[in-house]
Ligand binder design. Structure first.
Ligand SMILES: Nc1ncnc2c1ncn2[C@@H]1O[C@H](COP(=O)(O)OP(=O)(O)OP(=O)(O)O)[C@@H](O)[C@H]1O
Length: 281
């Protein structure tokens, strides 16, 4: 991305820890951790000084093994849980000048529903499985203060069509759908308020390979059509290779390498990335 393009999202020194820390781990400079964990007090440092920019229309991949902190990062950005410290700025919110983490819970709700959408690995987290599909979509629209039933229904139909769920099934609950369909309803819901940013957390993990390919194709197509910026978390470098323009590699809560995806795949610098790339070949 050009240095002259303004990022749509900027994250600066985001930290998330579980535990209050002790004298052996509180200082960033000389803390002695076993991977992300303080052996003395048990505090887990899930995200450490995570800093990056997301640019308009780009897909930024975040890859790393289980426990490296990817989901914690996504949860912090979407306010599913509070970050311990750090800054986040959105170009579309107060001209990118206000740290989102310091906003009131009401403002965070506004940001979450108007400016972001999120698709979870486990559809139970993103959907009400017993509600109809269209009601799931409407729920996010209502959260963004849309009260017009007709416009919600027509938007719901449009979105279901866009994610290739037959519209005649809109009154069915996601609990009756296959895993791939549930993910598509989640994507429709996440897109309902036309957010400029979509967060995708391991959205194809656990699906059969052919279903996985369909969902990835859909994401790729939507990204092209809507030119939406995406943060895409996966432990699977194959998924990242297919979708991400740039990639960050996380290990033990730290970004160990970032760059253009092609560059990372062709010439990985960090030993862990080399190992990841090697396992893909
Ligand atoms: N609520 C919590 N309480 C304590 N520790 C947590 C909590 N949530 C996450 N962690 C720890 O934070 C670290 C990062 O977890 P996270 O789920 O973000 O990793 P991940 O890279 O997304 O892994 P996975 O792909 O398996 O989901 C792990 O060591 C995890 O045990």
């Amino acid at each position: 991305m050009s240095e002259f393009t303004t990022p749509i999202l900027t994250i600066k020194k985001l930290n998330k820890q579980f535990g209050s820390g002790c004298e052996q781990c509180r200082s960033k400079v000389d803390r002695k951790l076993n991977r992300n964990y303080c052996p003395n007090c048990g505090t887990i440092y899930s995200c450490r000084d995570i800093t990056f920019d997301l640019y308009p229309g780009e897909v930024l991949g975040i890859v790393g093994e289980s426990g490296s902190g990817k989901s914690t990062l996504m949860r912090s950005i979407y306010f599913d849980q509070p970050a311990t410290s750090g800054e986040a700025y959105l170009q579309f919110y107060k001209e990118g000048k206000s740290n989102l983490f310091e906003e009131s819970s009401q403002q965070k709700k506004y940001i979450r529903h108007h400016l972001m959408g999120k698709v979870y690995q486990n559809p139970v987290q993103g959907l009400r499985m017993g509600f109809t599909s269209i009601a799931n979509i409407a729920e996010k629209m209502i959260a963004a203060e849309n009260r017009n039933v007709e416009s919600m229904e027509s938007r719901g139909r449009e979105l279901l069509n866009q994610v290739r769920i037959p519209v005649h099934r809109m009154m069915e609950a996601p609990k009756n759908f296959s895993g791939g369909m549930q993910q598509r309803v989640q994507i429709a819901k996440a897109l309902s308020n036309n957010p400029p940013i979509l967060l995708l957390d391991e959205v194809t993990t656990g699906l059969d390979l052919s279903v996985q390919a369909n969902v990835l194709d859909l994401i790729k197509q939507l990204q092209r059509e809507l030119n939406i910026s995406m943060l895409l978390v996966s432990h699977d470098l194959g998924v990242i290779r297919m979708l991400a323009d740039r990639t960050m590699v996380m290990l033990d809560g730290v970004i160990v390498e970032q760059g253009l995806t092609d560059q990372i795949l062709e010439d990985p610098q960090h030993a862990y990335t080399q190992q990841l790339v090697h396992s893909l070949l």
